[in-house]
Design a protein around this ligand. Structure first.
Ligand SMILES: Nc1ncnc2c1ncn2[C@@H]1O[C@H](COP(=O)(O)OP(=O)(O)OP(=O)(O)O)[C@@H](O)[C@H]1O
Length: 246
């Protein structure tokens, strides 16, 4: 079953020509789908439509089989779609605990809230270890994990990740993708937009190449990675040659 699905979506800004022109994507339960495409292709626009920040001009947004086209961000969150924005959005002067608990401010059941807080600390160990620290003292990669933990407080069906590795060094980027895989393994469907497309596709189950507002090609992430033409066009060059067999 698909946790979130965009069907034949047209969307854009103001009176300008549409950015998405008949775009469709489906994120199955328990999977990571990575959106790839050139700068300005509309990847972030897909996440805006999926999170309710931008209403499509036509087409549908389905969540767990329910038609939520035109629902705003609060309704989408209440229906289980959480967005983790590009860049860093932790409150640096607040503790990790305060930042994470903010994600659960809509939860009225105190016991459920503390169970959930325990769960996210176990899922992202560094969050548990730095629970009482000021968030501003954490590294960029650690702060990103605090954002992941905050988004999972409401136990969303779907998490939308906009460029989670932005500004991180290669080691922190690796950790972040390991944590994305853990989110998926814990049962969350993930729709991911990443500049670092090759690395993201190594974690993703499915990939979708967006160009000129439509799906150029989609399929198993491993197949996209292995396609030399896609590599040249969208993934920053061919995959590294395998060393010759001695
Ligand atoms: N708030 C906005 N108002 C008007 N136009 C916008 C707005 N946000 C994005 N656009 C335009 O929509 C198009 C797609 O932008 P979008 O950010 O979705 O692309 P992207 O694929 O995520 O790009 P990048 O890889 O550079 O982040 C671009 O031409 C951009 O200028």
């Amino acid at each position: 079953m698909s946790e979130i699905e965009l069907v034949d979506v047209q969307a854009g800004y103001g009176r300008a020509a549409p950015v998405l022109r008949g775009f469709s994507v489906s994120v199955p339960a328990g999977s990571v789908v990575c959106l790839v495409g050139p700068n300005g292709a509309g990847k972030s626009t897909v996440l805006k439509v999926a999170s309710g920040l931008l209403s499509p001009r036509s087409g549908r947004v389905m969540v767990g089989g329910k038609d939520l086209t035109g629902a705003g961000p609060q309704k989408m969150l209440a229906e289980g779609v959480a967005l983790v924005l590009q860049g860093h959005s932790v409150f640096r002067e607040m503790t990790v605990e305060e930042n994470v608990l903010l994600g659960g401010y809509t939860l009225n059941d105190k016991a459920a809230k503390s169970r959930r807080a325990k769960f996210v600390q176990e899922l992202f160990p560094v969050v548990g270890e730095r629970w009482r620290s000021l968030a501003g003292l954490l590294s960029g990669g650690q702060q990103k994990q605090v954002e992941f933990a905050r988004s999972l407080m409401v136990d969303p069906k779907v998490v939308l990740l906009d460029e989670p590795s932005m500004g991180l060094d290669p080691k922190a980027t690796s950790t972040i993708f390991e944590q994305v895989a853990r989110m998926r393994d814990a049962g969350t469907a993930v729709l991911l937009v990443e500049q670092n497309a090759r690395r993201a596709l190594q974690t993703a189950d499915l990939g979708c190449v967006l160009d000129l507002g439509r799906v150029h090609i989609s399929g198993p992430a491993a197949d996209l990675l292995a396609d030399p033409q896609l590599g040249e066009l969208y993934l920053g060059g061919r995959p590294a040659e395998k060393p010759p067999v001695p």
